[in-house]
Design a protein around this ligand. Structure first.
Ligand code: KG4
Ligand code: ZN
Length: 330
């Protein structure tokens, strides 16, 4: 089923097309990073306006990249939550209009399900049961996925998301926004054993996360040492503390539930140390790791087209009454 996916939940306006055989034919992402950088974070009102300005263009570009006409598209999938309400509304309104005018089936997709299935976009059918670590700027949660649509939340962050902690630490070191990838790059030349930062909620059997204490520790350390700008050793030590907890809890969850397949996805899954940490431990523990390529870690519409296509082929349909939900759960 030829499926057009649309994503606009935060600050990326994206459209992608997957063909009848499941092959990705187009994947356009317009990032608003530059627009929000000067404010040090996403400004919701600006984000919605920018989505409105770009969505028609991005969808048209995806259709042109796939070298098909709109008449080839057989279904429309759109992110309906969680995310920023104003941003979500733009994508959903656009998808509804397109589906309605062209008499196409429409399905709303949970953004987190998109991230969870992202490793499978260009490889295979999802391998259930699996344990998924979804780790981004807005979310850090562990799920046990029994089957498509049957998800159990095992734990979540009690304060900051991991990506938020990366962004805040980057800000403390004047690295700019969003800072995750910049911490990653800076940490390459640092020693991760320089400072022993705290590993939040690191008790056995606890699958919740906490990153605000870690961020505060970094702040206190920088102040006490009089460090003002970028510091590779502190970046590497911070990153190691975050990675340790994420890897340890995910692997412990997989073992507890006797699950072989592990998914790590979301913007922070682009992090080199996190990828390496998971690759090493999964190899030594005999677990099967599913990591999306970096371009599918951060927000994109390929993952929405992929999840939506599975749901559409399973017969799921939404109507023009599809609602957005800022706090939609998996
Ligand atoms: O999934 P995403 O694009 O948007 C949300 O749904 O939040 O994730 C964005 C987050 C940002 O916090 C960004 O700093 C972080 O992912 N990020 C990284 C890296 N690349 C992006 N964090 C650590 N290392 C990276 N290489
Ligand atoms: Zn996301």
């Amino acid at each position: 089923m030829w499926t057009l996916g649309i994503e606009s939940s935060c600050d990326e306006t994206a459209a992608a097309i997957i063909d009848e055989h499941g092959k990705l034919r187009a994947n356009r992402v317009y990032s608003q990073d530059l627009l929000h950088a000067r404010y040090g974070g996403v400004v919701p009102e600006l984000a919605s306006r920018e989505h409105l300005d770009k969505i028609g263009l991005v969808v048209a570009e995806a259709i042109s990249d796939a070298a098909v006409g709109l008449e080839t598209i057989q279904g429309v999938a759109v992110t309906c939550g969680p995310g920023l309400v104003g941003s979500l509304l733009v994508g959903v309104a656009f998808a509804k209009a397109l589906a309605s005018v062209h008499h196409l089936p429409l399905v709303g997709v949970n953004h987190l399900e998109g991230h969870m299935l992202a490793p499978f976009i260009e490889t295979e059918a999802p391998r259930f049961p699996l344990v998924a670590l979804l780790v981004s700027g807005g979310h850090t949660s562990l799920y046990l996925a029994h089957a498509l649509g049957r998800y159990e939340c095992l734990g979540t962050t009690l304060d900051d998301a991991a990506g938020e902690a990366f962004d805040k630490v980057a800000k403390l070191m004047h690295l700019g926004y969003p800072g995750g990838a910049r911490i990653d790059a800076l940490a390459q030349s640092g020693n991760p054993n320089t400072v022993r930062f705290p590993r939040g909620l690191d008790r056995k059997g606890n699958f919740d996360f906490s990153f605000s204490g870690l961020k505060t520790s970094v702040m206190t350390h920088l102040r006490s040492k009089g460090i003002e700008g970028p510091n590779a050793d502190v970046a590497a030590s911070f990153q190691q503390a975050a990675v340790d907890v994420l890897v340890r809890k995910t692997v412990a969850a997989a073992k507890k539930h006797h699950v072989e397949h592990i998914v790590v996805s979301g913007g922070v899954a682009a992090n080199s140390a996190l990828r390496l940490g998971f690759e090493r431990v999964c190899q030594s523990e005999g677990l099967s790791l599913h990591l999306p390529p970096r371009r599918f870690c951060t927000d994109n519409a390929a993952m929405i087209a992929y999840a939506g296509r599975l749901r559409l082929m399973g017969g799921q349909r939404d109507t023009v009454h599809l609602q957005v939900s800022a706090r939609l759960r998996l």
